[in-house]
Design a protein around this ligand. Sequence first.
Ligand SMILES: *Cc1c(COP(=O)(O)O)cnc(C)c1O
Length: 368
Amino acid sequence: MNVPFADLHSQYLSIREEIDEAIAAVIKGSAFIRGPFVQKFEEAFAQATGAAHCVSCANGTDSLYIAMRALGVKAGDEVITTAHSWISSSETISQAGGTPVFCDTDAASFTIDPQKIEEKISARTVGIIPVHLYGQPADMDAIMAIARKHKLWVVEDCAQAHMARYKGQMVGSFGDAASYSFYPGKNLGAMGDAGALTTNDPALARRMAMLARHGGINKGDHEIEGINSRLDGLQAAILSVKLPHLPAWTRRRQAIAQQYDRHLAGVQGVTTTEVMPGREHVYHLYVIRHEKRDELARHLNARGIQTVINYPVALPFLPCYSHFGHQASDFPNAHHNQSRILSIPIFPEMSDAQIEAVAQGIREFADR
Ligand SMILES: *Cc1c(COP(=O)(O)O)cnc(C)c1O
């Protein structure tokens, strides 16, 4: 049985009429840029995440950049982020004029290790970007305590964790601002690029909106220089259709993860995803670990089961950061995990037979 890593088409088919109607309405109204569909999605997303303000933008990477510009990051400023993430989490620090300072991950949760943050703080540190990686919230109580003590801002990278909860509180509501991606494969995905920011701070919301729109809230204002980062009407209408389905899709992801937990418990050499106490995981990815990761991936791929490695090289070890001269021993957990992690298929439309086929493929490898 073939098991794709994700299946965006089957999601479309499950809500085809709603999507087609929404797209037709945008075209009928020629509401391609800004306009009612964008406004409606911003309001719906703010309400769904419990934020006072939502500022939409072109993609998740831009949302991180815009947040940092709005928070006043300037040359020489240092921003601490996690050592293991997608590159957006660190490249945007440099784009905003700052310097990324990496902090190792916690070995089991894959999220930034708060115990190692304080040793990274210098007189130049201005903020922290925790990433709720794979869909599991970072340890926000500990991170916020450090941020308050050292007067640092916090921008939560929620690109993989839409509406996950930490001790009952939704991610994105802890820090000064939260950044979201609606890349097609994300838990809430558009049919193209899309992103958003949320915040409870009206002044920050205003600055972020200005920066995303050429530096002015209204056309022609240009109070400052900004960028062009817009959510388009088609994507906004599509996201408005999908948003009400997100809770059910998340529950299905969680049910699939529980099946994997059961099927893979005790399988020789396999470490399953661990959920830390008090954290709700929304399983953008289900990540296992194995000492012979590459062999396991080949075994599964030969059986038609697609896997991905998120991410095979931790941020400090990427060629673009070689000038920092980081060593493996500087980030032991990220370095250990990068050669062992394997993301196995998880998507809401996955059938139980597909889940069993993946688990069976992994068990076969373990029993060889
Ligand atoms: C996807 C992602 C982003 C960036 O989102 P884009 O919409 O692709 O620009 C940022 N951070 C993390 C952790 C992501 O997974």
